[in-house]
Ligand binder design. Structure first.
Ligand code: C2E
Ligand code: MG
Ligand code: MG
Ligand code: MG
Length: 283
């Protein structure tokens, strides 16, 4: 395309590409430093029970405060972290930090909720993943029921047999398992049946238009129905409106997560909503 559109477009194209490469290299070298200097932070977003309106848990979402780039969101660095292998130490930091945070809430007498951490493919396949995970639980002393793990469908199906072994080991540790972005990958229903998964999380791309798009509405209802039949919990992500909430409730979806209920926020701010739960100030 660049060629047929002539010289100016071609130059524009290459300078745009250069900018991207430069940014990428900058991010890679800064990520190393970020880990050492403690520039990462976990934000927490609530998950709500649709019937009772109570908070059932939180998802930990990584943020990066780079001194020059400012606040960087995961989509701008997690793929790079994965490609250069830094995802493994970053993932370890995420789990440790989430466990440490839960312990702090408990120690402060707050009504702590289980925290779900996202695990990327490279972390999950790493030979030391389970050992490291178990060690972090032990060292932080966090009760395993306060830790959950979110894994994507594609990750699990990539090598389903070895996934199964890791999932079983996590379950034996007492960790609840969530399939993230459900519906966007390719799922084998026979594996889905066998995996010891507790919760299906419907991807936000299906939730966005449930009120206006009949196909999305059908897909979401079908996934909820399957969850009920398979005795899995179902959570919808990306819920932003009361209409979406009402639809999900009517379809008997168990839980929801999204800007309607709360944005991902730093731990300090999140702790305020835990406090409110204890004193019944919610609603
Ligand atoms: P995810 O696990 O599917 O997380 C959901 C994403 O949707 C989050 O983006 C969240 O901020 C955003 N979100 C939540 N509610 C709404 C809503 O109502 N509307 C819309 N439009 N978006 C909403 P975020 O924080 O930028 O994270 C993006 C992805 O990065 C995550 O997708 C996850 O795959 C990955 N990620 C985030 N933190 C970690 C981490 O600590 N480790 C790993 N391995 N991956 C992470
Ligand atoms: Mg997630
Ligand atoms: Mg998701
Ligand atoms: Mg997603």
């Amino acid at each position: 395309h660049a060629k047929s559109k002539g010289r100016n477009n071609h130059q524009f194209f290459t300078s745009e590409m250069n900018a991207r490469v430069v940014r990428r290299l900058a991010i890679e070298s800064r990520l190393h430093r970020a880990l050492k200097q403690g520039e990462f932070e976990l934000y927490y977003q609530p998950k709500m029970d649709l019937v009772s309106g109570k908070m059932t848990g939180a998802e930990a979402l990584i943020r990066w405060h780079d001194p020059e780039l400012g606040l960087v969101v995961p989509e701008q660095f997690m793929a790079i972290a994965e490609e250069c292998g830094l995802i493994v130490p970053i993932g370890r930091w995420v789990l440790r930090e989430a466990c440490r945070q839960v312990q702090t809430w408990l120690a402060n007498g707050l009504h702590a909720v289980p925290v779900a951490v996202n695990i990327s493919a490279l972390e999950f396949r790493h030979k030391d993943f389970l050992t490291s995970f178990a060690l972090t639980l032990k060292e932080t002393g966090v009760p395993p029921r306060f830790v959950q793990v979110e894994l994507t469908e594609s990750l699990l199906m990539h090598n389903a047999e070895s996934s199964m072994a890791v999932l079983r080991a996590l379950k034996r540790m007492g960790i609840a398992l969530v399939i993230d972005d459900f519906g966007t990958g390719y799922s084998s229903l026979s594996y889905l049946k066998q995996f010891p998964i507790d919760t299906l999380k419907i991807d936000q791309s299906f939730v966005r238009d449930i009120v206006s798009d009949g196909d999305d509405a059908s897909i979401v209802s079908a996934v909820i129905g399957m969850g009920i039949k398979l005795k899995r919990r179902v959570i919808a992500e990306g819920v932003e409106t009361q209409e979406q909430r009402a639809f999900l409730l009517a379809q008997h979806c168990d839980e929801a997560q999204g800007y309607l209920f709360g944005y991902p926020v730093p731990a300090k701010e999140f702790a305020l909503s835990l406090d409110q739960q204890v004193h019944g100030l919610r609603e």
